[in-house]
Design a protein around this ligand. Structure first.
Ligand code: PLP
Length: 374
């Protein structure tokens, strides 16, 4: 707390408050009609038949892996440059995350490098749409078809983003989303899974509820925990879902304005948020790749001094102690390691003001001047 510009600021107002109040008044607060309404809304958003709500994005990924039967000795190829939650559920299943390297341009899985890491044990690909920019899905889907692999999209930072015109999440066998407070839309905590496969949807709906099939009390067809969303959370999510296109539009506007203000600082910042021709990004954060690690540190210090909170481009998942203990080597994905060392992001909240954006740009211009790079 205390940041003038925190990295995320959820937009929660009277409409969300009213929606929660109505659920409280109804007397039904656990999974019920509001969860069903949010699921229907997500299915409509992604133009896909089925959606299954969960209590977190992490649980969405875990339920998807359980439903796809991914377990001991199976390998799942994913990115090391992400929130650790995109890989941990693979380990929860006793399966092995295999980290492929990422593209310099999008920070997402490099399809050619993914292909090199496919083995006889590979069961699935788990691309992440980092910072709300879609991964290049066509070559990944084509590879998955050829090698008979499942595709699980982690669209946690990319709700509403489009790849070749269609919303992400609808490309793989399953698409997973997070509705945590800092995401594109929120339900405080929450997750969602979408799929076109009806049998898989039913299995996931059962798995989130102790593996129990609907209407069959204490008959547990599958192994499942409790990953259910409450109607209190879903009520917030429903209000937020109604605002998603406005939120994304404002995020895109922020990026356009900040990119214009920072375009002349190419000696300080190597890459600003950009879009591939196939992408319409949701722009989860305003991310910058600095020329050197030292310049990133300078920028970080100056931004903090101005009251602007920052985050690095995550830490490589493979570098975290639970992964190190299993023998993972960050050197195995050199592009991801380089990006993690030089990247920094600040807020791209839909409610960033003109003054907020001016402060971010002025602070970075000050760094460039101080370094003789302006
Ligand atoms: C936030 C996030 C998750 C986890 O979602 P939670 O709802 O916080 O459990 C997973 N993957 C990515 C890429 C995320 O950004």
């Amino acid at each position: 707390m205390g940041w003038r510009i925190p990295v995320a600021r959820p937009d929660i107002g009277p409409a969300e408050q009213e929606a929660v109040q109505q659920v409280v008044s109804s007397g039904w607060i656990s999974q019920g009609p509001k969860v069903r309404e949010l699921e229907a809304g997500f299915a409509r958003l992604c133009d896909i038949p089925h959606a299954v709500a969960t209590n977190t994005g992490t649980a969405a990924l875990h339920v998807a892996l359980l439903a796809l039967g991914i377990g001991r000795d199976d390998e799942v190829i994913t990115t090391p440059l992400s929130c650790i939650a995109s890989a941990n559920p693979i380990l929860f299943q006793g399966a092995r995350p295999v980290f492929a390297d990422v593209e310099r341009e999008t920070y997402n899985l490099e399809p050619a490098d993914v292909e090199k890491r496919v083995t006889a044990r590979t069961k699935a690909l788990l691309p992440v749409h980092l910072f709300g920019h879609p991964a290049d899905m066509d070559p990944l889907i084509e590879l998955a078809r050829r090698r008979d692999l499942a595709v699980i999209e982690d669209a946690s930072q990319a709700t509403g983003a489009r790849y070749k015109g269609r919303r992400v999440g609808a490309f793989g066998h399953v698409g997973c989303f997070s509705l945590y407070a800092n995401k594109i839309i929120t339900s405080a905590e929450g997750g969602m899974i979408v799929t076109a496969d009806e049998a898989l949807a039913q299995r996931m709906a059962a798995i989130r509820n102790f593996g129990q099939l609907p209407g069959q009390h204490f008959q547990h067809a599958y192994l499942g925990g409790n990953s259910k969303m409450s109607d209190l959370h879903a009520a917030i999510g429903c209000v937020q879902l109604g605002k998603i296109d406005r939120y994304i539009e404002r995020r895109r506007q922020n990026v356009a304005e900040l990119n214009a203000a920072l375009a002349s600082l190419e000696k300080l910042i190597e890459r600003l948020p950009a879009e591939q021709p196939y992408a319409r990004a949701a722009h989860f954060a305003y991310h910058m790749l600095f020329r050197t690690v030292r310049l990133r540190q300078r920028a970080e210090a100056a931004l903090h001094a101005a009251g602007i909170e920052t985050r690095p481009f995550f830490s490589l998942i493979s570098e975290q102690p639970p992964y190190r203990a299993l023998g993972y080597e960050p050197a195995d994905t050199p592009v991801a390691a380089d990006l993690a060392a030089r990247g920094l992001y600040v807020s791209n909240s839909p409610d960033l003001t003109i003054e907020d954006k001016a402060l971010i740009a002025d602070t970075l211009r000050g760094v460039a001047r101080a370094e003789g790079l302006a």
